[in-house]
Write a protein that binds this ligand. Structure first.
Ligand SMILES: CC(C)(COP(=O)(O)OP(=O)(O)OC[C@H]1O[C@@H](n2cnc3c(N)ncnc32)[C@H](O)[C@@H]1OP(=O)(O)O)[C@@H](O)C(=O)NCCC(=O)NCCS
Length: 188
């Protein structure tokens, strides 16, 4: 049985990643209007306060159950999204990262920055050797954010997962801790 996890607060100067609180509920109202977020997460669509509160409880439960860190992304004092490593394959030295931002917070490099911040933290603090991402081939914004955060594309996983009513192909990306160490050594 995995141990319960304690979520730290992680900052990069512009954004804070911290534990979800029920005061963050309004971000789910906008997330529910996005055509894609509810399809790849359990964000309820349409928004209603009870099911949105249950979403927040599920994020907190991940840490209690030791299955993953689910952070709310905060810009200034405004919650704008979600990011976290899920730890199902931690015994095998792997974790996969999921993320979303509300539409009004996109298009200014935020995904790239928070993905970099979270990955650096996971390598340094959790000592995970390999971080993975799964991205649909059409999702240019997510592909670009992954590449710019140091993830490398490895190949297409055909019919990998159900999204909505369809089986979706996913591109597999990874960032390896030794890539980070080598970059650090090169940069002194
Ligand atoms: C994917 C997502 C997190 C990207 O957030 P973001 O903060 O807008 O991304 P960034 O600003 O860091 O942009 C990253 C790159 O994508 C490009 N980009 C952003 N939106 C784009 C769009 N709609 N179409 C094409 N490229 C886009 C940016 O120009 C940037 O590339 P560049 O630096 O080469 O110009 C956001 O679109 C989102 O939450 N989407 C819905 C949920 C989702 O897809 N999650 C990821 C699942 S794998």
């Amino acid at each position: 049985m995995p141990e319960p996890l304690v979520l730290p607060t992680i900052t990069n100067g512009e954004h804070t990643l911290r534990e979800w609180s029920h005061d963050d509920i309004e971000v789910l109202r906008e997330a529910a209007t996005d055509p894609y977020i509810p399809a790849i997460t359990t964000v309820p669509q349409p928004f209603d306060p009870a099911t949105a509160a249950a979403y927040i409880d599920r994020q907190k439960d991940r840490a209690r159950a030791g299955t993953g860190y689910s952070f709310v992304v905060v810009e200034g004092s405004r919650p704008i999204g979600n990011i976290g490593p899920w730890l199902r394959d931690l015994d095998l030295g792997r974790a996969s990262i999921g993320y979303w931002l509300v539409p009004s917070a996109r298009g200014k490099g935020t995904a790239t920055r928070i993905l970099t911040t979270l990955s650096d933290w996971a390598f340094a603090t959790l000592h995970i050797p390999r971080l993975e991402l799964y991205v649909e081939p059409w999702n240019t914004a997510s592909l670009r954010a992954a590449q710019k955060a140091g993830f490398r594309e490895e190949g297409l996983l055909r019919s990998w997962q159900e999204i909505g009513d369809n089986r979706a192909d996913m591109l597999m990306f990874s960032r390896i801790r030794s890539d980070t160490d080598q970059t650090r050594n090169r940069n002194g």
